[in-house]
Design a protein around this ligand. Sequence first.
Ligand code: ADP
Length: 247
Amino acid sequence: MHRIIYYERTDSTNRRLKLLAPEAENGLTIIADEQTDGRGRLDRKWLSGPGEGAWFSVLVKDSRLSGENAAGMVFVCALAAARALRKLTGREEILVKWPNDIVMNGKKLAGILCESGFEGNRPAWIVCGIGINLCQTSFDPSIPWAGSVLSETGLRIDRNETVHAFLEEFDIAIRQYLESGPASVLKELEPLSATLGRRVRAQGEQMTVSGTAVGFAEDGSLLIDTGHGLETVRVGDVSVRGIMGYV
Ligand code: ADP
């Protein structure tokens, strides 16, 4: 069960939910019609105009969360978002770009940002933020690789239906994650991955790794075959881009 709080306009659904997280119950979900200060990883901006997308955040509180498995929550979200969008549109070209984007036709349809609050060495809560572009027909010139469900599939899908489809898949994926471990969720992501088998460049602050993405490590790190050996790049350390474009 997910209790839902709805805002017509807020700064960021993640920021709102983080304020409530210490006292709130598992599953609490915040949806906004518009975010005025939506964020991606590394404090990058997430453009989320009024009525244009499904901008929402879900709270996870569970005693089985640990310092080790917390970083993998992004994969639970990615799997749920890809499955929900495939179900709603019937389009199997909807894929997951490692680690946190949903893509179609080389365009970014959705992004995910998970943030946690630790008590000692275990997360007391994780806020999972999801932004799904639903009906934009044009984007800011600074993000030429952005796309929406409408621009890529020609379909208009309802915002609330999208959130509910996500939550249904999320509840299934998180149960699997907590009961069977990250590896079982990563296995399910493999056939949905836009990254595996591609030539990619992982750009971190200190380093760049180029090569072919060949697999996921047990913790979800991306394994890149550089031609001189395998390099492991961890979630959070890098931005991954295709050699030939965004994906
Ligand atoms: P990265 O793809 O490098 O991991 P993030 O997942 O953190 O980046 O997402 C933030 C980035 O997404 C921004 O820097 C911007 O380039 C892009 N962006 C911002 N708003 C949107 C949007 N509505 N749709 C698609 N991409 C967006």
